[in-house]
Design a protein around this ligand. Sequence first.
Ligand SMILES: [Zn+2]
Length: 123
Amino acid sequence: MYELMAEETFDAAHALRGYKGSCENLHGHTWRVQIFLKGEELNNIGLLVDFREIKNKLKAVVDEFDHKNLNDLKDFKVINPSSENIARIIFEKLKTSLIQLEKVTVWESATTCASYQRGPRLS
Ligand SMILES: [Zn+2]
């Protein structure tokens, strides 16, 4: 099994509704997003997926969030823009165009991250 990882960052603000503490107030992070793809079959030139294609698709999603207040975006009108939810939303946005997508990890600081990953594949 092969695994690929690509990374992008974005700067954005958020406030966690209902959180009792300082994260309830509007504040910013430089989020680091890592996406992981898995597969067994390489193409005829030995690639699972072209990194350029992965980076382009990841960048397009991350650009929707960059320099925004995440709470204002449609994706986070109802659900909180927590790192957990950001990871799941990015997974949902990419899963159909990157079918090998396995996991999305979102780092909100150098030492804390949240991941969302595909459930077991039924075959
Ligand atoms: Zn925060």
